[in-house]
Ligand binder design. Structure first.
Ligand SMILES: O=c1ccn([C@@H]2O[C@H](COP(=O)(O)O)[C@@H](O)[C@H]2O)c(=O)[nH]1
Length: 240
């Protein structure tokens, strides 16, 4: 399968974003040492972010790594805007907000002039249709993802977080300009865990994902560096 409209500007090795889902900065630093040059792009989310990870984020950016702050902001507009202004000082490349119009509008306005890019989380990859219905939504996953993507694009958001299952449809809707960032990546044979909408690295790239977010398949591997290199190989083969 040929990759669908993949943005040519992204270096292949920058397409892998490794989630540093670890309990402390010391554990994260040890993992970063083990991974070495295999990983250029790190994601910091709730677990590490609440344990000193924002200081580490700034240091990593200063050391030439790219940083994705997966803070999934969602609050009243003023609070989101002030939070985005603070995050914009850390040197991160991406910051997530939930895909609600007030939240996206506030975040986009607050990052004006900064290099920080705002990503809207469409529907979490651990959700399926039944989970959405249980949360009170009438739309199914694919319809809600697409509706939120259209809204995000209209509001000037820089990119979308979705499952790779939606990547191909999203490419057709938003074209080549928005970054498509996809968690829910599982190399063949790896445990699914709590993820419900998943794909292999090769299939995700072929579907049009720009960036693949991978946590446990690297963090919990016996050899994390080898696991990251195996994903790079899959990405390179899918791009060839
Ligand atoms: O919809 C979403 C949004 C964010 N995530 C985050 O990505 C990683 C995935 O980790 P795995 O261990 O590879 O499942 C994790 O940090 C999530 O918070 C997501 O999975 N889905």
């Amino acid at each position: 399968m040929q990759p669908a409209q993949i943005a040519p500007r992204i270096a292949p090795r920058d397409r892998l974003i490794v989630a540093l889902d670890l309990p402390s900065v010391a554990a994260a630093e040890a993992m970063i040492d083990r991974l070495g040059d295999s990983v250029t792009f790190y994601k910091i989310g709730y677990q590490l972010g609440y344990a000193g990870g924002l200081v580490l984020a700034k240091q990593l950016a200063g050391r030439g790594k790219k940083v994705f702050l997966d803070l999934k902001l969602h609050d009243i507009g003023n609070t989101v805007a002030r939070g985005v202004e603070s995050v914009a000082t850390l040197g991160a490349t991406f910051l997530t907000v939930h895909a609600y119009p007030q939240t996206m509008t506030a975040a986009v306005e607050a990052r004006a002039g900064a290099s920080l890019k705002i990503l809207a989380v469409t529907v979490l990859t651990s959700y399926d249709d039944a989970d959405l219905h249980a949360a009170g939504y009438r739309l199914n996953v694919s319809d809600l993802v697409e509706a939120r993507a259209r809204q995000a694009q209209a509001l000037g958001v820089d990119g979308l977080v979705s499952s790779p299952e939606e990547a191909s449809a999203l490419r057709k809707i938003v074209g080549g300009q928005m970054n498509l960032v996809t968690p829910g990546i599982r190399p063949a044979g790896s445990a699914t865990g709590d993820q419900k909408r998943i794909m292999t690295p090769a299939r995700a790239i072929a579907a049009g994902a720009d960036y693949l977010v991978v946590g446990r398949p690297v963090m919990e591997a016996a050899d994390p560096k080898a696991a990251a290199e195996a994903i790079h190989t899959e990405i390179a083969q899918a791009l060839a």
